[in-house]
Design a protein around this ligand. Structure first.
Ligand code: AMP
Length: 216
C-alpha cells in the first residue's frame, strides 16, 4: 500500500502516519522529519535548510524531491505512508512521474480536515520527544510523566509567528495540490478532529472502501 496523508500543518498527519505505519507495517516517510534529522546531524543538507524550516518556508522542490527519491530507493517494494509530501503542485507531478517510472502509483491520498482555529491551538501546544520523534499535545495527549523534561521539544516553527506563516504558505502553495491529486489518485476527505484512535479508524474505513485493508 502506498499512501499519502494530506492537510495543513497541525492536521495530525505525523501522528496518524506513525500509527498507520505501525499498524500496517508501512514505512513512514516524513520530509519534515528527514530535514530535522539533517539539521541535527549538521549535514550539508541540514545547513542549507535550517533557516527555511525555522521561518516556516518551504524547502525548494528540487532539494525536497531528491531527498524523497533517496528514501524511496532504500524502501524498494515496501509500502509507505507519505507525511508532508507532496506540498507543491510541482512535487505532486514529480512524485507521480517518479513512481510511474518504476511501474508504481499512489493507492490513495487521505486529506485530514481540521478547522483552522484548532490547527493553531494544536501546533502551539504540540511537543515532540527529541529522541523518539513521538508527538504529544500538552492537553489532549500529554507526554508520559517520567519523560525527562530536556527531551521534550517545542519546535521553533511551532511558535505563533511561524505558525501563522506556515498556514499562509499552506494556503498559497499546498492547498492547490488537492486538485492535482484528485485528478490522478483516489482521494478521501476524513474528519481529523476527535480522539486519535477515532481518526485512525476513519482513515482505515475510507481506504478500505475500495482497497481491502488486507492488501495494505
Ligand atoms: P513538517 O514537519 O511536515 O511540518 O515540515 C516542517 C518543515 O519542513 C516545513 O515547514 C518546511 O520548511 C519543510 N518541509 C517539509 N516537507 C516539505 C516539502 N514537501 N516541501 C518543502 N518543504 C518541506
Amino acid at each position: 500500500m502506498r499512501l499519502a496523508l494530506f492537510g495543513p500543518p497541525g492536521a495530525g498527519k505525523g501522528t496518524q502516519a506513525k500509527r498507520l505505519a505501525t499498524a500496517h507495517d508501512l514505512a513512514h516517510l516524513s520530509t519534515g522529519d528527514l530535514f530535522r534529522a539533517a539539521i541535527r546531524d549538521e549535514s550539508d543538507l541540514g545547513v542549507r535548510v535550517a533557516s527555511l524550516l525555522s521561518a516556516g518556508e518551504l524547502v525548494p522542490d528540487d532539494t525536497t524531491n531528491a531527498v524523497v527519491a533517496d528514501r524511496l530507493e532504500t524502501l524498494g517494494d515496501q509500502g509507505f505512508v507519505l507525511d508532508g509530501f507532496p506540498r507543491t503542485v510541482a512535487q505532486a507531478e514529480w512524485l507521480m512521474g517518479h513512481l510511474a517510472g518504476a511501474g508504481k502509483s499512489l493507492d490513495a491520498v487521505v486529506s485530514l480536515r481540521v478547522p483552522e482555529e484548532d490547527l493553531v491551538q494544536r501546533l502551539s501546544r504540540r511537543r515532540t520527544d527529541a529522541e523518539t520523534g513521538a508527538i504529544y499535545h500538552l492537553d489532549f495527549n500529554p507526554p508520559p510523566s517520567d519523560l525527562p523534561p530536556g527531551r521534550l521539544v517545542h519546535r521553533s516553527d511551532d511558535q505563533p509567528e511561524a505558525i501563522r506563516h506556515r498556514l499562509s504558505v499552506y494556503e498559497r502553495d499546498t492547498a492547490p495540490v488537492e486538485a492535482t491529486l484528485r485528478a490522478h489518485v483516489r482521494y478521501f476527505e476524513v474528519d481529523g478532529t476527535g480522539a486519535l484512535e477515532d481518526v485512525q479508524g476513519r482513515i482505515e474505513d475510507a481506504i478500505a472502501q475500495d482497497h481491502g485493508l488486507a492488501g495494505i
